[in-house]
Design a protein around this ligand. Structure first.
Ligand code: PTJ
Length: 243
């Protein structure tokens, strides 16, 4: 369906359409549509803009990734269709790998996602991953020995809290992009960016390019000044005020 550019909700409709098409192609899992709906509701409450606390979290996340030795970007069905191109730009800014990691894991979906990224010029990790993260029951426990397994920092989006907890237990720093400031993922991550991944990924890339010029003590200072709980509370307060 062609969405009129002047439609007042065209951006949101385009995103829905991407998810719908992605599902028809088998990239997005059917429940990925439910996840999108939940995200849309929070985005609406936040005013469909990148709020000030999210900008602070983006800055802290950029500093954290620049200080880490081996960051990895984790992708699933929704993020591939919503912001695949932006994820590739981020991986280039950080010179880091992208790894597919699915809740509804199947070889077919992994291959389809691999193909999408290949079209964008990148070979991703995670297809047929064999290493198992400790303490996680879902198929998301399977990670790539060349990627998340040896990483020290992971970017997760549209996530479930279980894996965030497991990644942390396995010694990784976790940055989450999650529109829901009340989710377990948001609470358990080291840094939670409460924003739509369709906006946050590009902003993160921009911030990384900017902070690359800074020295390590300055990056450490940015991280030290960030408090995830306080940031999440600020996001909840913004939603309350908006209502
Ligand atoms: O790994 P897959 O592809 O097999 O599928 C995984 C899904 C997406 C089905 C799975 O991760 C899932 O069920 O996610 P949840 O538990 O619904 O959580 C998704 C979280 O992401 C919720 O807190 C949503 O508010 C949030 N969210 C949804 N859309 C966006 C988002 N956050 C940022 N940007 C979005 N566009």
């Amino acid at each position: 369906m062609k969405i009129p550019k002047k439609h007042p909700r065209s951006k949101s409709l385009i995103e829905r359409h991407k998810i719908e098409e992605g599902m028809k192609m088998g990239i997005v899992t059917p429940t990925g549509m439910v996840a999108q709906g939940r995200g849309e509701a929070f985005d609406y409450l936040l005013g469909e803009r990148t709020v000030a606390p999210a900008r602070g979290a983006i800055s802290a996340a950029a500093a954290l990734f620049l200080l880490s030795d081996f960051p990895v970007i984790s992708v699933n069905g929704n993020t591939t269709v919503l912001c695949g191109k932006e994820i590739v730009a981020l991986s280039k800014a950080l010179s880091c790998p992208i790894e597919v990691n699915l809740f509804y894991r199947s070889r077919k979906r992994e291959k389809l996602i691999e193909k999408e990224f290949r079209k964008l010029g990148v070979k991703i990790l995670g297809v047929d991953a064999r290493k198992k993260l400790k303490g996680l029951e879902s198929k998301r426990a399977m990670v790539d020995s060349k990627g998340i397994w040896k990483s020290d920092a992971v970017l997760v989006m549209l996530e479930d809290g279980d894996r965030t907890e497991a990644l942390r237990r396995n010694g990784k720093k976790v940055v989450a992009i999650d529109l829901n400031p009340l989710s377990r993922t948001a609470k358990k991550a080291n840094i939670s960016i409460v924003d739509n991944c369709t906006r946050a990924v590009s902003l993160l890339t921009k911030e990384i390019r900017k902070l690359k010029k800074k020295k390590n003590p300055e990056l450490r200072r940015i991280i030290k000044g960030f408090n995830n709980n306080r940031n999440l509370k600020q996001c909840v307060n913004l939603i309350r005020k908006g209502i």
